[in-house]
Design a protein around this ligand. Structure first.
Ligand SMILES: [Zn+2]
Length: 251
């Protein structure tokens, strides 16, 4: 009926909204779930409510809680001990069109199951997924790394591809330690990596000027040739494969 028709402007907005609709509709929303938690200190069991999605566009205050880990803290009602509870949880930043799924247990299998669910997605969700950066990570430390990378306006794929080069350089300069992992970290306004060593020592290595851009130039075609609507694990394993592919091609 005529009375029910929306004014043109709001109709337009709605259409616009539909084009890049990143807000899941009602049945696609992530409902809080309950889980039984056992306190590691006193053994008390209780039922806690877990939020399977952090939408930092709708709840900006929750971003800091993810970054400092307190989003995953639960307090034992019996002894007051703070426990970190990790579970599958989606970090959703609509402004950046960024969705990062934390899959702390059996990450690869969980990721496969998650991507298989896409056949149940609405056309809107699939459309949104095409313009979204969709990532999967196995730990909070990796989730935090991703958030920091995208906060700096960098592309995590080139950050991962730059990592092995800086890591190798670092190892050459410090043969006395054994580096085991590197995580993106900005220090004094410069992009670089915190390098974790086997003996517990930590170092920070800068990405020299122009290196990230050079890596982007070399890998751009290989990295951006395919658009996927799946959650992807963009980490050292992924970078290793990409580098191997490109080196195989140049042989
Ligand atoms: Zn307790």
């Amino acid at each position: 009926m005529a009375e029910d028709r929306k004014p043109d402007s709001s109709k337009k907005e709605e259409e616009q909204d539909r084009k890049i609709r990143l807000v899941p509709n009602k049945d696609e929303q992530y409902k809080p779930m309950k889980a039984t938690i056992t306190c590691g200190k006193c053994g008390k069991e209780w039922e806690a409510v877990l939020q399977p999605c952090v939408n930092i566009s709708l709840h900006p205050d929750e971003k800091a809680k993810v970054l400092d880990g307190s989003f995953f803290h639960r307090v034992c009602p019996s002894c007051g001990e703070t426990i970190s509870v990790f579970y599958p949880c989606l970090y959703d930043d609509m402004q950046k069109a960024l969705m990062i799924y934390l899959l702390p247990e059996d990450t690869e299998k969980a990721l496969e199951a998650l991507n298989a669910q896409q056949k149940n997605w609405s056309p809107d969700m699939l459309k949104a997924a095409k313009i979204c950066k969709m990532r999967a990570v196995g730990s909070l430390i990796q989730l935090v790394e991703k958030i920091k990378i995208f906060d700096e306006g960098l592309d995590d794929r080139y950050v991962e591809l730059t990592k092995p080069f800086i890591f190798a350089q670092f190892q050459k300069a410090h043969p006395e330690v054994e580096g085991i992992a590197a995580l993106y970290e900005k220090q004094n306004g410069k992009n670089g990596y915190t390098i974790f060593c086997k003996d517990g020592k930590q170092f920070w290595a800068e990405i020299p000027e122009g290196v990230y851009e050079e890596v982007e130039r070399i890998f751009k075609d290989e990295v951006e040739k395919k658009t996927t609507t799946e959650y992807e694990m963009i980490g050292p394993g992924w970078a290793h494969d990409k580098i191997a592919t490109l080196m195989g091609k140049s042989e």
